[in-house]
Ligand binder design. Structure first.
Ligand SMILES: *Cc1c(COP(=O)(O)O)cnc(C)c1O
Length: 425
């Protein structure tokens, strides 16, 4: 709604009177008072309404992702399977053994199912992938040293740098090899009684090509100390048994939890909301005694997730165990055939149908393109689309506004059609 024009002889209204005029914006009174006060302080009381509306629009809420980036970190990475049923809204058996009637562990639900899904003896869930690595290092290597290849001292983004995480966890970093080449002999030469772990970190968000060499988990596990692999993206199984068509071509080379453990890793750590397609979480999976050390460490209490996350994770894990990739929005979107996307684009009846390139995103499978389709309209309408309800986030490319349908829920197609039509009329 446009701001009301200033009446010629009006005196500035009181904060309270102004806030009361904004009631229809639908925000709690203190937020309206805040908007009114800011408007008066700025010498422009008539801006109170647009300030209140901006506050309402900035609240956490759903958006339509038309960017073609399936795991968009700014848009909350993976959308969740379904509204979690298990214990999200009511009391739950989060830490209660219903048979014995006594206290149990919150690791008995999702963590146990995920261990089964990746063929691990045990698993533990924490708040995110960064927390998982931090807890593993603190629990298994505090006061000792950890060997890492110089090619894997990476920054993942958001300030997560492997050498700094090491310092925070109280372990000494032993760098081996060079940026582009590290050999098994480099690890062997570095191992002494101070070394608690060999750490392998997946170069999630970039790719090194050319004169390179790295040591795989199978070879590393012959050296002696337990191998911890931070695989990052959380692909559970390279064979993707939850997809009828098998692994898509763009997944090539992405490490998977099941195969990394089978190759001899003592533990793997990964995110819940990247290729796993669940809620924000970090998963530690592997050998029982190593997981138990992590579970017993005091940091675990500080890093443990709440029932809401565990309920959503349980839904995700059950879908994997049922081999039902369709029930996991990430995989449903990632595996959708391009023909179907083109047909949906035609059906929108606005703009022109274009071939596009989607990506998995979230720092996984860098450089791999997922063929996709969408619609394009002339001009830059990105800001107008973001102002829609629900907001639509699109891409602008060479003077065209492009909506990639791979990341749009088909249920939102009418919203996209209506918004694009409004932009172009
Ligand atoms: C993404 C990533 C992390 C961080 O995981 P979050 O869930 O974002 O905290 C850590 N290590 C690797 C290799 C990653 O790809």
């Amino acid at each position: 709604m446009p701001d009301s024009p200033r009446p010629p002889s009006a005196r500035p209204p009181s904060v309270d009177a102004l806030a009361r005029e904004l009631r229809d914006v639908g925000l709690p009174h203190p937020l309206l008072v805040d908007a009114a006060r800011a408007a008066i302080a700025a010498g422009d009381p008539w801006s109170a309404r647009s300030r209140a509306e901006a506050t309402a629009a900035a609240l956490l809420g759903p958006v339509v992702n038309a960017t073609g980036v399936i795991l968009h970190t700014n848009l909350g990475r993976a959308p969740l399977p379904v509204l979690p049923s298990g214990g999200a809204r009511r009391y739950s058996n989060l830490e209660f053994d219903l048979v014995g009637g006594k206290r149990a562990s919150r690791s008995d639900h999702a963590a146990r199912l995920l261990a089964l899904a990746v063929g691990a003896e045990a698993a533990l869930v924490v708040n995110n992938g960064a927390a998982a690595l931090m807890l593993v290092l603190a629990a298994l290597a505090r006061g000792r040293s950890v060997v890492v290849s110089r090619g894997e001292l990476v920054e993942i983004g958001g300030g997560f740098r492997v050498p700094e995480v090491m310092v925070q966890s109280g372990c000494a970093l032993v760098e081996v090899g060079t940026t582009n080449r590290t050999r098994l002999g480099d690890y062997r030469a570095a191992v002494d009684e101070q070394v608690a772990l060999l750490l392998k970190v997946h170069q999630s968000n970039y790719r090194m090509v050319g004169f390179t060499e790295e040591v795989g988990v199978a070879a590393l596990s012959t050296v002696g100390p337990p191998v911890v692999a931070d695989i990052g993206s959380g692909l559970l199984d390279a064979a993707t048994p939850w997809l009828a068509g098998g692994p898509p071509a763009w997944l090539a080379g992405e490490p998977a939890a099941r195969q990394t453990l089978a190759a001899g890793a003592g533990l793997v750590t990964f995110s819940g909301d990247k290729l796993m397609g669940g809620p924000q979480a970090g998963i530690i999976a592997g050998r029982r005694e190593l997981v138990a050390l992590c579970a017993r460490h005091p940091l675990n209490r500080a890093l443990r997730p709440g029932g809401l996350v565990l309920a959503a994770l349980q839904e995700t894990a059950l879908a994997y165990l049922r081999r039902d990739g369709d029930a996991i929005p990430f995989w449903r979107m990632a595996a959708a055939p391009v023909d179907g996307l083109r047909a949906r684009a035609e059906a929108l009846g606005v703009g022109k149908v274009v071939d596009t390139v989607a990506v998995a995103g979230g720092g996984s499978v860098p450089g791999q393109e997922v063929p996709s389709a969408g619609v394009a309209v002339d001009g830059d309408h990105a800001a107008r689309l973001r102002a829609f309800s629900p907001p639509i986030v699109a891409r602008v490319h060479e003077g065209l506004t492009v909506c990639d349908l791979r990341t749009v829920d088909p249920a939102d197609d009418p919203v996209v059609a209506e918004a694009l039509a409004a932009c172009t009329s």
